[in-house]
Ligand binder design. Structure first.
Ligand SMILES: [Cu+2]
Length: 126
């Protein structure tokens, strides 16, 4: 009985782990600095996304790297540029973005219907 339950749980874990869109790389890295000649953040995921149901919210934190994302510091939504593979997303900072810390809140839906989310903090020094 117990063996069956353990087996069922591990099968469930295995199937949910498969197909999740995990963040595999980002430019800049978390805590990093965006290159002066680029105002674009790139996120790479382990699986293709469903862009229509994925959300990327950018917040300006100013000089406070540890500030939280609030409605007050949220920037106008920019449509992300999605790679044909749908596993890479380029997000441009709005024109004339100020130097300082930014927080990108992301939430993506993978093709298997699972949502993953995370935060990326980075500094912009044009
Ligand atoms: Cu999944």
């Amino acid at each position: 009985m117990r063996t069956t339950l353990v087996l069922a749980v591990s099968l469930l874990l295995a199937s949910t782990a498969l197909g999740h869109a995990r963040l595999t790389a980002s430019t800049p890295a978390d805590g990093g600095t965006l290159a002066a000649d680029s105002a674009t953040v790139t996120l790479s995921f382990s699986e293709p996304l469903q862009p229509r149901f994925s959300d990327f919210s950018l917040h300006f934190l100013g000089e406070n790297a540890d500030a939280e994302a609030t409605r007050g510091n949220r920037l106008p939504r920019q449509a992300p540029d999605v790679d044909p593979s749908r596993s890479r997303v380029d997000l441009a900072l709005p024109d004339a973005s100020e130097p300082g810390w930014y927080l990108l809140d992301w939430e993506v839906l993978a093709e298997d219907g699972h949502t993953t989310r995370g935060k990326l903090r980075f500094q912009y020094q044009p």
